[in-house]
Design a protein around this ligand. Structure first.
Ligand SMILES: Cc1cc2nc3c(=O)[nH]c(=O)nc-3n(C[C@H](O)[C@H](O)[C@H](O)COP(=O)(O)OP(=O)(O)OC[C@H]3O[C@@H](n4cnc5c(N)ncnc54)[C@H](O)[C@@H]3O)c2cc1C
Length: 465
């Protein structure tokens, strides 16, 4: 008998850790609410996770087994459960973040002390974290080289789910805790549904409708042509091998630009693994700049403008639309994430860590590696990052990627009746015209051209130029 400890793998199919446990007699699936991990979570993610756990539990119950759920410190809970079920081993999926790895090392020790074997299995990524390296054995700091090696590697097939016979005949009558039980408020956002079937529906819809337009349309937030799989990949309600198989199939079926489009999507999956490799190699990137500057960067400490950014009240329409989408949906389109992150760091000159913390609290798909990678990219402090002198202009970004201001108007109702050209020129209109067009919408809180110069100066000082 073995325990399988579900963490970021809230599914039964394409779950190599669960499959490994099931080869060795009946498996008892368990989940532990760990206060130390929950301390870093925000309400949308916990709500999504509870929904995912509910689906997973139903899956087991339909097979006369159950997901055994406990609250506490896994160092104590897992040895206790092993004793209760007379299990001699525990499996789990490998973690990437520093916090997760520290926790796992402590759990390993506790299980060793209790004479329980344990096996951590590569799961959340297609390729083992840290395994794709330069010929000198270094972690890649340039994505393109990483991507070529990643793409050309053999991949494993998705593992079958365990049969009902391979599941222990257990039951756990305690209901799942609520958000309030876990000390969280209800999220202000509408959190999307979780569960493997939902993830599969999204994947199917994506490759039936959007994958061949992805390359052309992925940067246009109003088109909504991306997969929306991020929260599912974060919580493992769908396995990465299953997603990758679908992409491989989509590539195989076509040629030319359609194939390129499917490959563009595949490369986003590789970005996810690239950032995980970076985090695996150096867990300190969560709080420290990846790229070293000669001197500290002279970030602004400005709670007022930070709050305006969080509230979507900066007077820069595309920025405000993104920040309001985040609050309403616990999600933001990738292009807009890049724009709002650039705005925080290069227009408001505020430290990327403030933005990262806000995203960590508000995003349903917050993932340490991807969020950190995205923020450090935008702040010019990361690996393969945007050069410090290439600064997004929020007006031209809005004009290029939301030409009809459709996305902006969806999230900024004050601008609903304002013509698109006036929306994109908001910063250039005189105060009287702004007042006439949208009296409730704020004036720009900073002057982009001025701030652009200041940002360059700030980085040049940090570089010691
Ligand atoms: C400042 C900033 C913060 C970000 N924070 C996160 C985060 O916390 N969690 C997260 O999953 N992504 C993050 N991203 C990356 C990206 O914005 C989201 O993955 C994407 O918007 C999710 O939507 P989707 O699933 O429809 O993506 P799709 O375009 O359909 O992409 C498919 C999958 O590929 C991965 N992916 C796509 N783009 C990236 C990328 N640039 N970097 C790494 N992986 C990527 C995701 O797992 C995504 O679900 C961030 C980007 C930026 C610029």
């Amino acid at each position: 008998m073995r325990l399988h400890w579900h963490r970021r793998d809230l599914r039964a199919t394409d779950n190599p850790g669960l499959a490994a446990a099931a080869t060795d007699g009946p498996v008892v699936p368990v989940f532990v609410f760990d206060r130390d991990v929950l301390a870093y979570a925000g309400p949308p993610r916990v709500a999504f996770m509870l929904d995912a756990l509910d689906s997973l539990r139903s899956w087991y119950r339909e097979r006369d087994s159950d997901l055994v759920v406990r609250r506490g410190d896994p160092r104590e809970v897992l040895p206790d459960l092993a004793e209760t079920f007379d299990a001699d081993g525990v499996t789990w999926g490998k973690e990437v973040s520093g916090l997760g790895r520290e926790r796992d090392a402590a759990v390993r020790k506790a299980l060793d002390d209790a004479d329980v074997t344990r096996q951590s299995v590569q799961d959340a990524l297609l390729h083992e974290p840290g395994s794709i390296r330069t010929n000198q054995g270094e972690v890649y700091s340039v994505f393109t080289y990483f991507w070529k090696k990643w793409r050309d590697r053999e991949t494993d097939d998705p593992a079958d789910p365990p049969t009902a016979d391979a599941l222990a005949d257990v039951s756990d009558d305690d209901p799942l805790p609520t958000l309030a039980d876990l000390g969280f408020d209800e999220p202000e956002a509408d959190v999307p549904p979780a569960g493997t079937e939902t993830a599969r529906d999204l994947l199917r819809a994506f490759y039936e409708d959007d994958i061949y337009d992805y390359d052309d349309r992925r940067d246009y937030p109003a088109d909504e042509c991306t997969s929306r799989l991020s929260a599912h990949l974060k919580f493992g309600t769908i396995g990465i091998r299953e997603v990758h198989d679908a992409v491989t199939e989509a590539k195989r079926a076509v040629e030319g630009v359609d194939r390129d489009s499917a490959e563009e999507f595949e490369s986003q999956l590789a970005w996810r693994e690239f950032y995980s490799h970076v985090l695996w190699d150096d867990p300190s990137v969560v709080t420290e700049n990846f790229k070293q500057y000669e001197r500290p960067i002279g970030w602004n400490h400005d709670p007022e403008t930070l709050q305006a950014w969080k509230d979507g009240e900066t007077g820069y329409p595309i920025v405000d639309a993104g920040m309001r989408q985040l609050r309403a949906e616990a999600y933001m389109h990738n292009r807009v994430r890049m724009i709002v992150a650039s705005f925080l760091t290069k227009d408001l000159l505020i430290d990327w860590r403030e933005g990262y913390d806000w995203f960590r609290e508000k995003l349903v798909d917050h993932d340490t590696a991807n969020d950190n990678g995205g923020w450090q990219w935008a702040a010019s402090t990361g690996t393969d990052a945007q050069p410090y002198f290439r600064i997004f202009n929020p007006m031209t970004q809005g004009e290029r990627y939301d030409p009809d201001a459709e996305y902006i108007r969806e999230y900024v109702p004050e601008l609903r009746d304002v013509p698109a050209d006036a929306v994109h020129e908001w910063h250039e209109l005189d105060a009287g015209r702004r007042q006439m067009l949208a009296p409730e919408y704020p004036d720009p809180i900073v002057d982009h051209s001025q701030r652009r110069e200041q940002a360059i100066e700030m980085f040049e000082t940090a570089r010691g130029d």
